[in-house]
Design a protein around this ligand. Structure first.
Ligand code: NAD
Length: 737
């Protein structure tokens, strides 16, 4: 029999090597066709008496990334259309679809012949669940092998037997930890958890897998053997009495009850361990069907899986522009940002010239990479050779002439129009024809900066976030005259350094900072009202934000807030800022020298380590404090999320952001906007425009006009639109409101 996605070679010992290698795909993923073929492979190998066992592996450098986007999109489309006409049948269909992998993997487990999964590279989600259903699991001892059940990160959970097999192999606490965080395991850790049998050198992988079969591997899962005991003895043991009462509380502390999928994992494990294995699978299938119907799952999968991949693959790249392969990039300004930009560029294998005012400053910038490389080598994340290769790619210099072969130059010099003007002129004097100039400015409009350029069509903003090494997002800013080629080059660069881009039209603060400062300003309002700072910070976390607004302000620096407020007054007039905010910030910076984390005092105090930061008690004296029970925590949570979401809606209304995927992904990757919502616009779509508008009106009545719904929102509410229908990125309605 022949297959599109698999080859089968049976050796003289009767071991069939099934190699998964999907044509025209860089990674193996599960599609309906792949599942059908696996089904046929099971039948074929069972029927063939010459086959004694099966080794299942991948022909790609990775094993598999899990499910395919189109399959997941198809499931949601099915729920949306069928639910409207026949809700009960729709749920039944969803239940059946949710069980497809579950029972196919079970078929592998009970086929009667031993199967061994040979994990040669990254093995995620459904692919690891398939491996768990095999009777043996061998992984290659390589850095590239990462094993994970990461579904919870996109709002679902391991629903193809993962919640039943993992806690029957590993102890319950490790199992819960792995699945509720979605964390990646190294092969060694997976072996220590009892999730795989062997870790061998990569060139021994197939031999070792075959050897397991030759050594008489039993084609029976441990839980199908008589007398099987769950590790640690199951739910009703003294050890479990320590774990289970605390587990929901710990989960609540970590997730504030915002993630239905995480809670479902707990339920699947707790209930599943008390029943026979197949009943456990049914329990899992039911919870999975339930979770698939939540707004959280829909929105998270759309933003964190589908849109993120689409943007990463160049969804906004202008058509007809040839792809740029970067051989040489210039970075001007070797300070805090420039030094990191040079590092991520070299880490992508691109030669970088790092320029500063003198060679000492440029060399100091390069030393940042030295520190990072040394750290990575120390942690075993990089070999010494890789580190040396990376360092050799960075050349510090004070000579602009060395930029004459660069295809792209990024400036990260002081945030000062005159300094930037001089740099633009100096770079353009040597830059080759067709090369692109990018500014990393965070506050200066690109159109204004481009006025200093002789070739504004090749001038663009590429706005990084700190710490550059960790932050996945990059804003690409279009000036009025920026051309398509510059956009394509910028997007190719962002892809080369493996970050996710959003394309934003020029505006003060671009997208991310406009939203972030709304969040921070709402906290200023709350302080002025006398809301205890601790309640503001905790409410933010309960709403799903990773960092409270006051803590965030300390991180970005309070004097930066002051600079931005003052610049707004200078450029746009007094009315553009709230004078009470300016007074608060002037007091913090000018009178109290509280500038944030960088000088050890801001809204928080930062004592020497190991002591932890704590809210500055002086805040209580600055504002008469409300009693805790006079503060409605639900309203505080709403205000913090709504003010950000409203700002995101404004950027769409103004045409600053044009694609809802970018507002959603940008808000999650840029500042961690409550990921369970799927991002700022999915938050609005998720509750429905009518509800959102009503909420804005209620908040506006008490907390100010900045909560008033905008004309666009009012219109959308009247028409029954959503952001994804009105600004449909695919040109077709994906899901009714
Ligand atoms: P920084 O002060 O740490 O670094 C600026 C560097 O530019 C210094 O090393 C300085 O010597 C060098 N420089 C100044 N004039 C120069 C010239 N004429 N030629 C060559 N080098 C020159 O500043 P930073 O925080 O790295 O910020 C740099 C830029 O990045 C600014 O535009 C800032 O708005 C933007 N930005 C900063 C952040 C952040 O978190 N700090 C985030 C995003 C964007």
């Amino acid at each position: 029999m022949t297959y599109t996605n698999f080859t089968i070679e049976t050796d003289a010992d009767g071991i069939a090597l099934v190699t998964w290698d999907m044509p025209a795909k860089s990674m193996n993923v599960f599609t309906v066709e792949v599942l059908d073929e696996i089904d046929r492979i099971i039948d074929e190998t069972v029927a063939d008496a010459a086959v004694k066992g099966v080794v299942f592996t991948s022909g790609k450098s990775s094993f598999s990334g899990g499910a395919d986007l189109t399959m997941i999109k198809g499931m949601f489309a099915m729920i949306a259309t069928e639910k409207a006409s026949d809700p009960q049948n729709a749920v039944q269909k969803l239940f059946d679809a949710a069980g497809r992998m579950t029972w196919l993997w079970r078929k592998i487990e009970t086929n009667g012949k031993p199967w061994v999964s040979a994990i040669n590279g990254t093995c995620m989600g459904g692919a690891f669940e398939l491996s768990l259903a095999c009777h043996g699991r061998v992984a290659a001892n390589a850095k590239s092998v990462k094993i994970a059940l990461p579904e919870v990160k996109v709002g679902i959970f391991p629903g193809a037997g993962g919640t039943q097999r993992v806690p029957r192999l590993a102890n319950a606490q490790d199992a819960l930890q792995m699945m509720t965080t979605g964390a990646s395991l190294t092969p060694a850790r997976a072996k220590a958890m009892n999730l795989i049998h062997q870790v061998v050198e990569p060139d021994q992988l197939i031999t070792a897998a075959k050897q397991m079969i030759k050594d008489g591997l039993k084609p029976v899962a441990p839980w199908d053997e008589k007398g099987f005991k769950v590790p640690g003895g199951g739910i009703w043991t003294p050890a479990s009495a320590q774990l289970w009462p605390a587990a929901p509380a710990i989960l609540r502390r970590e997730t504030a009850g915002n993630y239905p999928a995480a809670l479902a994992i707990l339920k699947c494990v707790y209930e599943g361990l008390q029943v026979p294995f197949e009943t456990g699978l049914k329990i899992e299938q039911r919870y999975f069907t339930q979770v698939l119907q939540t707004t959280e799952a829909f929105s998270m999968i759309r933003s964190l899986f589908v849109s993120m991949q689409e943007l990463g693959k160049g969804a906004r790249r202008p058509a007809g522009q040839p792809k740029t392969e970067f051989t040489h990039v210039g970075v001007v300004g070797a300070g805090f940002m420039g030094a990191s930009i040079a590092y991520v560029t070299a880490a992508a294998g691109i030669r970088v010239t790092l320029i500063d005012r003198d060679i000492e400053a440029a060399t100091k910038g390069k030393s940042h990479s030295e520190t990072l490389v040394a750290g990575a080598i120390g942690k075993g994340r990089m070999t010494r050779e890789e580190g040396e290769k990376l360092m050799a790619l960075i050349t510090p210099s004070a000579d602009y002439a060395s930029l004459s072969t660069a295809g792209l130059v990024i400036e990260a010099v002081f945030e000062d129009r005159d300094v930037k003007k001089a740099v633009i002129e100096a770079v353009e004097a040597v830059l080759p024809e067709g090369a692109v100039f990018a500014s990393n400015t965070s506050t200066l409009p690109i159109t204004g900066l481009a006025r200093n350029s002789k070739r504004p069509a090749d001038f663009i903003g590429v706005h990084f976030f700190s710490p550059v090494e960790k932050m996945m997002l990059t804003e690409v800013i279009l000036g009025e005259e920026t051309g398509d080629r510059a956009l394509a080059v910028a997007l190719d660069f962002v892809a080369a350094i493996r970050k996710t881009p959003i394309v934003v039209n020029d505006t003060r603060g671009f997208f991310v900072n406009r939203c972030v400062f709304r969040y921070i300003h709402e906290a200023y309002d709350m302080l002025l009202e006398g809301v205890p700072a601790i309640m503001i910070e905790n409410a933010a976390k309960m709403a799903g934000m990773p960092v409270g607004p006051l803590s965030l302000n300390d991180e970005v620096a309070i004097d930066l807030s002051q600079k931005i407020l003052k610049a707004s007054v200078a450029d746009l007039g007094e009315a553009s800022v709230d004078p009470r905010h300016l007074r608060l910030i002037n007091t913090m910076v000018d009178d109290l020298d509280r500038r944030g984390r960088k000088n050890g005092k801001g809204f928080y105090d930062y004592p020497a380590k190991p002591a932890k930061k704590s809210l500055w008690p002086g805040l209580k004296e600055m504002f008469p404090q409300k009693k805790a029970d006079a503060v409605d925590i639900t309203v505080i949570k709403q205000r913090l999320l709504v003010t950000i979401a409203l700002e995101a809606a404004r950027t769409m209304e103004e045409g600053i952001v044009t694609d809802p995927r970018e507002a959603d992904v940008g808000s999650i990757l840029g500042f961690g906007f409550a990921p369970y919502t799927g991002g700022t616009l999915s938050y609005i779509d998720g509750m429905g425009l009518k509800t959102f508008v009503a909420l804005c009106e209620t908040l506006a009545a008490t907390y100010g006009d900045h909560f008033k719904p905008t004309p666009l929102l009012l219109d959308m509410a009247t028409r029954g639109d959503t952001f994804y229908s009105r600004f449909d990125p695919y040109g077709a309605v994906e899901r009714a409101a």
